[in-house]
Design a protein around this ligand. Structure first.
Ligand SMILES: Nc1ncnc2c1ncn2[C@@H]1O[C@H](COP(=O)(O)OP(=O)(O)O)[C@@H](O)[C@H]1O
Ligand SMILES: [Mg+2]
Length: 400
């Protein structure tokens, strides 16, 4: 099975979405070589860096020598792998382009010196070198930056992501509704590779993409990150491990409280530990209340510390075993109850007005009969609905 992100990798810059400016800059870097011997192409994952370098090389009939930087972490292996490629003439007298992909992981420390070795090689290379990175502004890259043309790939805009997904969906004969595809594109946050992978996961076998699938996938993702965070907090006794646990979590604070509340008793079996942990949770809740009422946002950091290190240190020691953490259902139940209640109240209000009585009386005395009529007598129900001026949602409620 071939990943669609590879199958649909653009063969030429004609077929690339967005990134026009960056593509022009890559081309002009190649044109001006050897004035600058290297370019540092940077931007978020899935924005098209690697595939664009390939596309430009293809157009210029350049042979690509590609090294993934994760294979050449230290000075030794960089010299070994890249040195010869940078010096030799191409066998078929075709031009060459050297791609050092994803240099973020190369060691910058003086003893292992991968980066400084790379920087030295840049002075001598016979062929243009393109490096890619997610974040090139780390201090360890400062010499590389000075020697390179800096080319930024911006986060891909949503319409570009959508356009690529559409093209792929059509080529793969996938039945999709517009909204699902749009949702998938929007949630990718500019990571086109991620979006393509999601589309393949959801639609390759079924040849269909539905809104339900898309929502389920993103719900599952959020739950996964929350469960990982909970695992870190509840399974450790070290504050260093616990403190950053919530950094990647996208749920809002209210949801996080509910997750912890729901899962604490599964993990903390000792009642003293459990009491301590709930005490911490309730103190965090006090700060949350102050933020809501008085907008004291600086309390946010206390909330984080309490929910992570505070909860983690409430136990005397780590509990063994594996517990399945789950999302709380409490809020959902409350919400459903309130919704129902709200309908009942609004209907009673309307009945009360027409029958000149209180809402409370209407709920007690009139509503039960109205409900029976709505279940048994359609014609009569329609008349009543009109008389009481009920809306569709209220009518639905009475029919149930
Ligand atoms: N601008 C683009 N136009 C068309 N397809 C793209 C674009 N950017 C990325 N892709 C698709 O997404 C995949 C991942 O892109 P890639 O170049 O590997 O991103 P990066 O190297 O920035 O992480 C590519 O294989 C290609 O299928
Ligand atoms: Mg890449």
């Amino acid at each position: 099975m071939q990943p669609w992100s590879v199958k649909y990798q653009p063969k030429s810059t004609e077929f690339t979405q967005g990134q026009n400016k960056a593509v022009e800059e890559v081309k002009s870097f190649l044109g001006s070589f050897p004035k600058k011997r290297a370019a540092l192409v940077y931007g978020p994952p899935g924005s098209g860096k690697t595939s664009m370098v390939h596309a430009v090389a293809g157009e210029n009939e350049l042979e690509i020598i590609e090294v993934n930087a994760s294979d050449v972490r230290n000075a030794e292996s960089i010299k070994e792998k890249l040195g010869p490629a940078m010096m030799q003439m191409s066998l078929f007298s075709r031009g060459k382009l050297i791609l050092v992909d994803e240099i973020d992981g190369v060691s910058g420390s003086a003893d292992r010196g991968g980066i400084s070795e790379l920087a030295k090689l840049l002075d001598k290379t016979q062929f243009p070198v393109i490096m890619t990175a997610n974040d090139p502004f780390d201090k360890k890259f400062s010499t590389l930056r000075k020697k390179s043309a800096m080319i930024e790939f911006r986060t891909l805009a949503y319409p570009s992501v959508l356009a690529v997904l559409k093209k792929i969906a059509e080529k793969e004969s996938i039945e999709y509704d517009e909204v699902s595809l749009e949702t998938l594109a929007r949630r990718a946050g500019g990571d086109l590779r991620g979006a393509i992978n999601d589309l393949q996961t959801l639609a390759e076998n079924t040849k269909k993409l539905s809104k339900g699938d898309v929502d389920e996938l993103s719900g599952r993702r959020q739950a996964d990150t929350m469960i990982n965070a909970l695992m870190r907090i509840l399974k450790t006794t070290s504050p260093e491990v616990a403190l950053p646990a919530l950094e990647d979590v996208d749920e809002d604070t209210d949801e996080i409280f509910l997750w912890i509340d729901e899962n604490l008793p599964k993990e903390y079996k000792d009642h003293e530990d459990l009491a301590k942990a709930y005490d911490v949770l309730s103190r965090a809740d006090v700060f949350r209340g102050r933020i809501l009422r008085r907008q004291h946002w600086r309390f946010l950091v206390y909330i984080n510390d309490l929910l992570t290190a505070g909860i983690a240190l409430s136990k005397k020691e780590r509990y063994p075993g594996f517990n399945k953490y789950t999302r709380t259902t409490r809020i959902l139940k409350m919400w459903m109850f309130n919704q129902k209640n709200a309908k009942r109240k609004s209907i009673a209000g309307k009945i009360a007005e027409k029958t000149h009585t209180s809402s409370r009386r209407a709920i007690q005395d009139t509503l039960p009969y109205v409900r029976v009529i709505f279940k048994k007598n359609k014609a009569e129900a329609e008349k009543l609905a009109e008389y009481f001026e009920l809306d569709d949602a209220e009518i639905d409620y009475l029919k149930k």
